[in-house]
Design a protein around this ligand. Structure first.
Ligand SMILES: Nc1ncnc2c1ncn2[C@@H]1O[C@H](COP(=O)(O)OP(=O)(O)OP(=O)(O)O)[C@@H](O)[C@H]1O
Ligand SMILES: [Mg+2]
Length: 202
């Protein structure tokens, strides 16, 4: 169970996140939506422990994988990138790369990929490892409809394999509908609405 109580993040005198209470069940898939600047990345970074809240308490697993909003590549090929932290899983790396339709690029220098290709590769680099909590910041922001569909499928497979909890931010309804069972809408750092995506579970 992930639990946040009275969590706030304040920059200068501006409160950018204010969450009095939030619980996420183990195994849940939560989409975070909301306008630019509404606090999605801030919440994900706090859950990933790359950012400290200014107040409140957070209970979340230590075993976290986090995809930042801006994907990046390390030096080396696409395959080298996916094998980072999973050196002995070459077969699985190639399978993940194939699922993302990146096989033709496996030996290409990762730093020369297009934005969308890099986003898919960054996701492969994460999904090769199991975790208890998967945090994805706009994982399909650079992807077309087909790429988004590939990510939906890869996430479903990963979830079936690991039984992890997933929290992702997105502006893409296609991803929310396919990959989330709960939609939290943020507005000015606060939870505006919080309900099941489809069918609506009250
Ligand atoms: N280091 C910082 N210093 C000052 N303000 C910050 C800092 N980081 C974030 N903010 C502010 O906090 C607010 C929330 O930012 P956040 O990145 O969480 O939004 P977001 O919902 O992820 O937006 P987007 O959809 O554009 O990614 C924004 O108004 C942003 O300007
Ligand atoms: Mg963001």
């Amino acid at each position: 169970m992930i639990e946040l109580r009275n969590v706030k993040k304040i920059y200068k005198d501006r409160t950018v996140l204010d969450v009095p209470a939030l619980c996420i069940q183990d195994g849940g898939s939560v989409a975070l939506a909301g306008a630019n600047g509404s606090g999605k990345t801030t919440l994900l970074r706090i859950l990933a422990r790359v950012l400290r809240a200014d107040s409140g308490t957070i209970t979340a697993p230590d075993d976290v994988l986090y995809l930042p909003q801006r994907p990046y590549a390390f030096r080396g090929s696409v395959l080298d990138n996916v094998l980072i932290g999973a050196k002995d899983r070459r077969e699985q790396a190639l399978a993940l790369i194939g699922n993302m339709e990146l096989s033709a690029l496996a030996d290409k220098q990762a730093q020369s990929l297009s934005g969308g290709e890099m986003q898919k590769m960054a996701l492969c680099r994460l999904l090769i490892r199991p975790c208890a909590l998967l945090l994805l910041d706009e994982p399909t922001a650079a992807l077309d409809t087909e790429g988004t569909e590939l990510v939906c499928r890869a996430l479903a497979q990963y979830k079936a394999r690991t039984d992890c909890t997933v929290v992702f931010s997105t502006h893409t309804p296609q991803l929310t509908e396919k990959a989330a069972d709960r939609l939290i809408q943020l507005r000015d750092g606060r939870i505006e609405t919080d309900h099941g995506v489809w069918p609506v579970k009250e």
